[in-house]
Design a protein around this ligand. Structure first.
Ligand SMILES: C[S@@+](CC[C@H](N)C(=O)[O-])C[C@H]1O[C@@H](n2cnc3c(N)ncnc32)[C@H](O)[C@@H]1O
Length: 440
């Protein structure tokens, strides 16, 4: 595709994404579906430019106030330039000559001059929002937790794309064996630092046709997600519920930890999301998973299982702000009112799910949010209202599960070990929270 046509396509896609009527990944997927002629490299550029604009929206909008032509085109040019610079850095700037040659081929002379002017703006001249690229309502709760330095480190980390992590399906392969199999397909990996099931992939290779993936020996899963499933510590032959299973990322990890024995219910209110679990389940080789679409958290089918579960995971619906590297549109689509609404739902789901746990059983509440209102506040309110649930120290549990540097992954409580608290800038994972209780 000629650079001019690709830049036009970027501007066209951006115009659709920036209405924020639908999640960016859905808009991008539909755009690709409607244009089957696009090749893999063009698709990659279109997605990368879109995501670069979403991640750096406040800065790029500020820069795009100058220049001429359609706003989406100016944003596309700025996003494209960032993507090409990033690629050049990743490939070693020395080796890549003229990293912006391709983009320059799409620009008019005035546009080239304008881009050079944008490049020359000294970072010190930019206001704070143009440097952190976060909505104002998020700044105070994040600074409140991280302090000034931590906040800026997080903002820098959220401006990057997330690394690719795999979880080895221990039902099918040991970690070292999966590594070797992947290496044969020219996929370089190394053991993840925290999850005993994890592999960190070098680069972002396509996995669809890689034998280890097709055979179900590995699944794509953020290392933080793996740790949540690990924390449930489900054992052979147990009765377990994954209360908000969605497309089953954690269900699959829990089922494998149970060695495909016992009974693992995958509940969700979205039958559509549970449908997404089916092909993954087929690949995984698990036969202990029972997906059940429920009407709501107080569904009759849930009530019938009261007091019967050894372990229950509540991977609650949340703002998703811990996944901003992957879904940067969320920071522009979420609102304080939507978060307040979510906190009511989270408390209700946790209270209902807790009824399933039998005496001596374990309850895990988790989110991929960075906000205390969705995390510590929900866990603390639950603890106060449920004297029959004793809090467990996450740092101790993870250390017992042989997770390296377990204490560094935790915060809260007297010794800082009460909750799991993962941060992209500190741990390289998505942002995650978890609290654990044992029913007395
Ligand atoms: C964070 S996502 C789950 C992700 C999934 N556990 C995974 O690892 O892939 C939260 C899920 O909660 C579901 N949900 C929302 N309201 C619910 C409710 N009242 N009861 C059960 N699940 C609910 C949503 O449909 C969504 O799939």
């Amino acid at each position: 595709m000629h650079p001019k046509a690709l830049l036009d396509a970027c501007a066209e896609l951006l115009a659709q994404v920036l209405t924020f009527e639908h999640p960016a990944d859905a808009v991008v997927a539909r755009y690709f579906r409607d244009r089957r002629q696009l090749g893999p490299r063009e698709r990659a550029t279109l997605a990368d430019v879109t995501y670069a604009v979403l991640r750096n929206k406040l800065l790029l909008e500020q820069l795009a106030r100058s220049g001429s032509g359609a706003r989406e085109r100016r944003l596309a040019i700025l996003g494209f330039a960032r993507v090409q610079d990033e690629q050049a850095r990743a490939a070693d700037a020395q080796a890549v000559r003229g990293p912006r040659d391709y983009l320059h081929g799409a620009l008019t002379e005035p546009e080239r001059q304008w881009l050079a002017q944008c490049d020359a703006v000294p970072p010190g001249d930019l206001l704070a929002p143009h440097r952190h690229n976060l909505p104002e309502w998020l700044v105070a709760p994040l600074k409140g937790q991280l302090g000034e330095e931590g906040f800026w480190a997080l903002a820098a980390s959220l401006a990057t794309s997330a690394p690719l992590h795999l979880r080895v399906n221990t039902l099918k392969a040991k970690r070292e064996q999966a590594r070797k199999e992947l290496a044969q397909a020219a996929i370089e990996t190394q053991a993840s630092p925290y999850s005993p099931w994890g592999l960190h992939v070098r680069g972002k290779p396509a996995l669809g046709r890689v034998p280890a993936f097709a055979s179900g020996a590995v699944e794509v899963q953020d290392e933080g997600s793996q740790l949540l499933a690990l924390l449930l510590d489900a054992k052979r032959g147990e009765m377990v519920a994954d209360f908000c299973a969605g497309a089953g990322g954690k269900t699959l990890a829990i089922g494998a930890a149970m060695r495909s024995t016992g009974r693992l219910y995958a509940f969700d209110v979205s039958a559509h999301r549970l449908e997404g679990l089916k092909p993954r389940l087929a690949r995984s080789g698990l036969s202990n998973v029972h997906p059940v679409a429920i009407a709501h958290e107080r569904d009759e089918r849930i009530k019938r299982l009261a007091g019967k579960m050894d372990r229950v995971l509540v991977d609650a619906p949340c703002s998703g702000l811990g996944t901003l590297r992957r879904s940067p549109d969320l920071k522009w689509r979420q609102t304080p009112a939507a978060v307040a609404e979510l906190t009511r739902l989270q408390a209700a789901i946790l209270a209902s799910a807790a009824r399933l746990v039998k005496p001596g059983g374990r309850l895990v509440y988790a989110t991929c949010s960075l906000l205390p209102d969705e995390n510590e506040a929900i866990a603390e309110a639950f603890g106060q209202a449920h004297a029959d649930f004793a809090p467990l120290q996450v740092a101790e549990l993870l250390a017992g599960l042989k997770v390296e540097q377990a204490a560094s992954l935790c915060s809260g409580g007297e010794d800082g070990g009460r909750f799991l608290r993962l941060w992209p800038h500190l741990h390289g994972t998505d942002g995650f929270f978890a609290a654990v209780w044992q029913r007395k």
